[in-house]
Design a protein around this ligand. Sequence first.
Ligand SMILES: [Zn+2]
Length: 172
Amino acid sequence: MKFIDPSEVTCEVCSAASMQRVDDLLSLRAICPNCGNALEAVGQGMRAMVDEFTAWVSVAGILIMLEDKLGVQFGDDELFETKTLRDIAQAVERRLSMASDRQARSVQFVIESARRIGWCTAVELALEVPVLDAIDPTRWERRSKNNGPRLEAVITTGIEPNRAATAATPSE
Ligand SMILES: [Zn+2]
């Protein structure tokens, strides 16, 4: 999923419009150049959109892998109503024979498939939380950490504070 980069954002405090890098918005570092308000609400809204899309792709990916592996088919309702890995395990379980270990095997199949999703970073896969939180729980934490120092004031005003100070000092 792609956002227009940079995106025009309207500050909810002072109503000023500014162009903001998508990376700054998603890492919650974007600042209104007019009033200094952190434009976090916009970034949080974008994160929610990315999450919704990624969660859907994750569930679809897991279901497709399971269909291939087990020779079964899942319905659209199962795709759209799946919230957790437990939901998928129960859908698998309904398709297995009545063997007494079918519940444990269903969970095992789901975990194996989830681990093959490209963005699965979790060591332990939680069954009872939203699928994306199970497979990539630290996605936004990493994004914020990897983004380096807060440079948004420099980017949006075009003035680097240290340079401005140097320029103000009379030179010999
Ligand atoms: Zn503002």
